[in-house]
Design a protein around this ligand. Sequence first.
Ligand SMILES: Cc1cc2nc3c(=O)[nH]c(=O)nc-3n(C[C@H](O)[C@H](O)[C@H](O)COP(=O)(O)O)c2cc1C
Length: 212
Amino acid sequence: MFYEIGTPHGLPHDPFKACVVPRPIGWISTLSADGVPNLAPYSFFNAVSSEPPMVVYSSNGIQPGRNAAAPKDTLANIVATGEFVVNVATWDLRDAMNASSVAAEAEVDEFALAGLTAAACRLVAAPRVGESPISLECRLHQTVELPADSGRNVLVIGRVVGIHISESVLTEGRIDLGKLRPIARLGYRDYACVSETFLMTRPAGGDKLAGN
Ligand SMILES: Cc1cc2nc3c(=O)[nH]c(=O)nc-3n(C[C@H](O)[C@H](O)[C@H](O)COP(=O)(O)O)c2cc1C
């Protein structure tokens, strides 16, 4: 099948998000200008460079009960403070991650709502999820307004300035996926847990242990 965007696809659900899978979940914590911690998951998220390390996420659509132009709290906080933290969502933290996605008012602290610890960061004022084994401290690089059929679509580009890694997910100095068990977003209501990996060596000259 083929369909042009903007014309009917003829399927029971929009297949787009199920075409780009799995998507890592950027579980983003911020601090409002008034000092209220905020936490929400974003699966339009990824790492886009490593030297220096940079990440992107996208804030989409309309928050229920708000004006179409109003930013989600995460975006508003990042624009106000220039900082955010990306926490890795894991199998053990899946329910807390889901709970933190609630469309709460800006005054609501989703750490408390999801029963999580707002742990101190080293280089940014925003808190990290204490229970998450990996957190990336980030500074805002740029926001880019994207076309939006409804509400706002804003791409946020961040520069990673510090990384927390719990010893509990390391084996011989390498991040052990069997210990980390990160979860990822698929299409529809589906998720994946990374539990199986395999090794492949790049053609001669292209191999780097830490490479892409
Ligand atoms: C797994 C998951 C992934 C999500 N990904 C996105 C996303 O990429 N972009 C987005 O705008 N909302 C996404 N959401 C919805 C937001 O988490 C939700 O709108 C949340 O209330 C935003 O909170 P905030 O206003 O505190 O930023 C996602 C929700 C879940 C559960």
